[in-house]
Design a binder for this molecule. Structure first.
Ligand code: NAD
Ligand code: LMR
Length: 342
């Protein structure tokens, strides 16, 4: 599915470049953590995207090498790799329209995403500070886990610098949607490219809530439970299979490239671009849940419209209730930690 989707959206787009009026818009895209397992294939996919005019790569090690390699690909965008210095990260971020952050450590078998909190919280906090100073108006796309906490951490950093814009901060939950769509297509023998299962909530275990009913499916019993479990714990499936060598990188690169492409399309004037993503959301604020992933319409200003969750079954409501409880804790943990460790 990933290959197919990529071939449709990215390579297809390369071929369409000559005919696309919007492809000439200048869009600098920055990747922080560009030499990592996600960072490298993500940068590759962004190099293939004609909507990107400049690709800026930063990592604490190896970004200039990745940039030199990718820069030989015969698409028009300029690629630059930056040294791991304060000036390097500043230059890398200055002028960016989109900043993708896959910097951080991945899980090993037996770990939860929350076990990454301390290490990745500090990494994301420091990179968020650099972004708030260098490109306060950019769209910030947080991939580093635990997303349920690293997004609030980023928001608090931007608030502390007086530049927080809730419309420009996104937790990337696209991989959950990709998995939910792929897994239902395997059960129903459908074309995964035509599946688009809404996934709401957050990005870890029980906070990931697929809404099959909204796509007209009604699985029952063990089949339903197994499907939901697989979507909620798809990340663990990859962590186990990699046996200590990290977590999902290639599927995540595809998901991150898809989300960036959606933002660029929306910024370049396309209407009706909708992606589920984890944003500062009014939907469950009355229950103390200040960030929530639901279908979000994207536009030139980032978040254009946060769609309500819509009709759910009693079973899905049960999942949502558990999700909200966990999510509240994850968000509050991030906010509390960053305020004490700014
Ligand atoms: P990785 O270890 O392969 O790569 C991480 C990269 O970040 C490394 O190159 C490292 O040098 C770099 N890095 C570390 N500290 C940095 C800093 N301060 N500044 C810049 N770069 C820095 O890990 P990975 O497999 O690419 O995963 C990265 C993160 O993405 C993990 O936290 C993982 O859990 C998360 N992830 C999220 C999703 C999602 O759906 N949101 C999916 C998969 C993985
Ligand atoms: C995923 O969903 O694959 C990522 O969040 C990585 C992980 O730790 O599972």
């Amino acid at each position: 599915f990933a290959a197919r989707q990529v071939s449709q959206s990215v390579f297809g787009a390369v071929q369409r470049r000559a005919f696309s009026a919007t492809a000439s818009n200048a869009s600098k895209v920055t990747v922080l953590g560009a030499a990592g397992g996600i960072g490298q294939p993500l940068s590759l996919l962004l190099k293939l995207n004609p909507r990107v005019s400049e690709l800026a790569l930063y990592d604490i090690k190896g970004a200039p090498g990745v940039a030199a390699d990718i820069s030989h690909i015969n698409t028009k965008s300029i690629v630059k790799g930056y040294d791991p210095t304060p000036e390097g990260v500043k230059e890398c971020l200055t002028g960016a329209e989109i900043v993708l952050i896959p910097a951080g450590v991945p899980r090993k078998p037996g770990m939860t995403r929350d076990d990454l909190f301390n290490t990745n919280g500090s990494i994301v906090r420091d990179l968020a500070k650099a972004a708030a100073d260098a490109c306060p108006d950019a769209n910030i796309l947080v991939i580093s886990n635990p997303v349920n906490s690293t997004v609030p951490i980023t928001a608090e950093v931007f608030k502390s610098k007086g530049v927080y814009n809730p419309k420009r901060l996104f937790g990337v939950t696209t991989l959950d949607v990709v998995r939910a769509s792929r897994f239902i297509s395997q059960l129903k023998s459908t074309d995964p490219a035509n599946e688009n299962i809404t996934v709401i909530g957050g990005h870890s275990g029980a906070t990931i809530v697929p809404l099959l009913s909204q796509a007209g499916y009604s699985l029952e019993g063990a089949e339903r439970d197994e499907y939901v479990r697989r979507v909620q714990f798809g990340g663990d499936e990859v962590v186990q299979a990699k046996g200590g060598a990290g977590s999902a990188t290639l599927s995540m690169a595809m998901a991150g490239a898809r989300f960036a492409e959606s933002l660029l399309k929306a910024a370049q004037g396309q209407k009706g671009v909708i992606e589920p993503t984890f944003v500062d959301s009014p939907l469950y604020k009355d229950q103390g849940v200040t960030y929530f992933a639901s279908q979000v319409e994207l536009g030139p200003n980032g978040v254009e419209k946060i769609h309500p969750v819509g009709k759910v079954t009693e079973y899905e409501q049960g999942l949502l209730d558990v999700c909200l409880k966990d999510l509240k804790g994850n968000i509050e943990k991030g906010e509390k930690w960053v305020k004490e460790n700014m």
